[in-house]
Design a protein around this ligand. Structure first.
Ligand code: SF4
Length: 212
């Protein structure tokens, strides 16, 4: 702010007046703590206590299934159903915190309907989806067919494209025609097995969606 001579004099006068008022006991009173027992003012919003969803639930400790960090979670279970998930404050890795994926663990299975009641998440995939070559749409297929096809096509592709040596005659034992993507929705043990499978088959195009 540009301070003119006139402004400077005005501000100095205001400061002197304020400090004099404070000395003479005219300063505004210090705010006091609100009385919790005082009746609410007319326009005051009163919050009613609500029942916690975990009130009657058992607490089961678990490890977050999403990535290799392995955070501890508390699962609140009522009548065999999870009703809420929280970070485990006693767990040495996360000490009660969860990342955004871990905090949304509950929604891997549930979502809320228009009344705010939990219902099974309709977006949850429970069957494999297959899109045939040149097709535009995905179709649901059964697990047996999908597993059989994956095994058959993996074997055919590996047999056709496996290279024992590169152009310089050096041993490489690899298959560049296959790619493998791990998943943050698989646990550490599953991803360990994926990695072993990929390496044993010479698949060098190997990646994972979680960059941790
Ligand atoms: S996804 Fe998040 S909460 Fe779950 S283990 Fe990894 S870092 Fe922890």
């Amino acid at each position: 702010m540009k301070l003119s001579r006139r402004n400077f004099l005005w501000m100095s006068g205001a400061l002197v007046t304020a400090s004099l008022a404070a000395k003479l006991g005219c300063a505004p009173e210090e705010p006091t703590e609100p009385d919790p027992d005082a009746p609410p003012e007319d326009d005051e919003v009163v919050l009613e206590p609500v029942d916690l969803r975990v009130e009657y639930a058992d607490t089961v400790t678990q490890i977050c299934s999403i990535c290799g960090v392995g955070c501890g979670v508390l699962c609140y279970v009522e009548n065999g159903e999870i009703v809420a998930v929280d970070g485990d404050p006693d767990h040495p890795i996360n000490e009660g915190t969860l990342c955004s994926k871990g905090a949304a663990l509950y929604n891997m299975y549930y979502e809320y309907d228009e009344k705010g009641e939990p219902v099974v998440n309709k977006q949850r995939l429970t069957k494999p989806l297959y899109r045939a070559p040149n097709a535009t749409d995905w179709e649901e297929v059964d697990w047996d067919w999908a597993i059989e096809e994956i095994a058959k096509r993996t074997k055919e592709t590996r047999d056709e494209y496996f290279k024992e040596t590169n152009g310089n005659g050096e041993v490489v034992n690899r298959c560049e025609a296959l790619a493998w993507v791990g998943s943050a929705m698989c646990n550490s043990e599953e991803n360990y097995l994926f990695r072993k499978f990929v390496a044993a088959n010479g698949i060098v195009n190997n990646d994972h969606c979680a960059r941790l």
